[in-house]
Design a binder for this molecule. Structure first.
Ligand SMILES: *Cc1c(COP(=O)(O)O)cnc(C)c1O
Length: 396
């Protein structure tokens, strides 16, 4: 019966029944003339989630990493300089990806638990009089540490430095769960995927490119074939795909967008905030700090929680899995063994969140953590109990 338990990993996320059914489709001919009626509205509606008017939506059959690779290779040339902060496992992986594509990667090392260093970006850009830096790369929601970065602040710093670099943002674990404003924040490339806020199976990378990024793609020299923007955009314009599309995910996205719009994006974000807040109340009751250093950095889609010194968080997550059949996120990179993560994005309610808090609490008690059984659950219950009601009818 373990298959009935929700997962509390920060992606892939739990799949609502409605989306599992939407993805269960018979083969259709993607070269049929009416396929455009399936694909075009999905691409158009995705713009509303990115909050872009003129951005170009580009999808690929890939996980989020493929979306990042596509963004880099379509808009940059080998040797181009990019500026990036390393403050978690995901920002680290983007650095690695850029290095393997022979970009000149300038890394700003940041303490894990902090976010994108807008001020340092600004200083560095202001000093770059020759305009060598072509792009600034930011992970919006650092899933390894549960840190949400302020993209508006990064844009402001770039503007203050009067620098022309493009802004690339990984929003894989934030889009559809927390507010994202591509146009307002002047984002040139936004990268996401199907398996987090969209609550679908893994397999579709979802990218939004600004007009400036599309212009850069005309001269960028990094090699690409499968991930070529040009081929995808041209095929999409005719209603098709340059190769076989992941049909089930296109149908799934249609339904996922409908769900998000029915609930209302603002209500979706409010739900994520409220669920996250209850989990943070539980962590406080356990007396276990979050990796995120300050409340303004708190992610509402994942919480990374330090276990007490001398205890190993991997043993905790393994115990929860082995004894209760529930998955939690392990500590990644510098957080390995020191922190576990509770993913709380996508299809989640307060009731489901409580089951996660209760489960990890049982595992802690089994392993003699210095906690009182029920303390975290009670703290979350109290928060949910006193904030319930408002969004329930819309989130049905
Ligand atoms: C999940 C995730 C990714 C993408 O990972 P894939 O496994 O390639 O889909 C990228 N960045 C962040 C911040 C993520 O959370």
């Amino acid at each position: 019966m373990h298959g009935q338990n929700p997962v509390f990993i920060p992606g892939p996320t739990n799949i609502p029944d409605r989306l599992r059914q939407a993805m269960n489709i018979q083969t259709r001919d993607h070269r049929a003339p009416d396929f455009v009626e399936v694909l075009a509205p999905v691409l158009e509606d995705l713009k509303k989630v990115f909050k872009t008017k003129n951005g170009q939506i580009i999808t690929f059959p890939a996980s989020g990493t493929g979306g990042w690779e596509a963004s880099i290779t379509n808009t940059l040339s080998p040797g181009d300089k990019v500026l990036v902060g390393r403050y978690g496992m995901f920002s680290h992986r983007w650095i690695d990806l850029c290095q393997r594509h022979n970009l000149d990667v300038e890394v700003i090392e940041c303490e894990w638990g902090t976010g994108a260093p807008a001020d340092l970006f600004g200083e560095r850009l202001a000093a770059d009089k020759a305009g060598e830096i072509k792009a600034v790369l930011v992970t919006h929601n650092e899933t390894a540490t549960g840190v949400l970065s302020d993209i508006a602040a990064v844009r402001k710093a770039m503007n203050s430095a009067s620098h022309d670099a493009m802004l690339y943002v990984d929003c894989v674990s934030s889009l559809g769960s927390m507010d994202f404003r591509m146009d307002e924040w002047g984002v040139d490339l936004a990268v996401s995927g199907s398996q987090k806020g969209f609550m679908l199976s893994t397999g579709m990378a979802i990218v939004a490119a600004s007009e400036k990024a599309m212009e850069a793609s005309k001269t960028a020299k990094c090699p690409r074939c499968f991930f070529d923007f040009k081929d995808m955009v041209a095929a999409n314009a005719g209603g098709g795909y340059p190769y076989t599309p992941p049909l089930q995910l296109i149908f799934g996205l249609r339904e996922s967008l409908d769900m998000l719009f029915e609930e209302g994006l603002d209500n979706v974000f409010a739900r994520h905030f409220r669920i996250a807040q209850g989990i943070r109340e539980a962590a406080r009751a356990w007396n276990m700090p979050l990796c995120a250093k300050t409340p303004d950095l708190y992610s509402h889609s994942v919480s990374a929680i330090y276990v007490p010194e001398g205890l190993n968080s991997d043993i905790l997550t393994n115990h929860a899995y082995d004894n209760y059949g529930v998955s939690f996120g392990v500590g990644l990179g510098e957080m390995a063994g020191k922190a576990f993560r509770i993913g709380h994005l996508g299809m989640l309610s307060d009731v489901l969140a409580l089951s996660g808090v209760a489960t990890i609490e049982m595992a802690m008690k089994d392993l003699d953590y210095p906690i009182e059984l029920g303390a975290g659950v009670a703290a979350a219950q109290e928060y949910y109990r006193t904030t319930a009601g408002a969004s329930l009818s819309k989130a049905a």
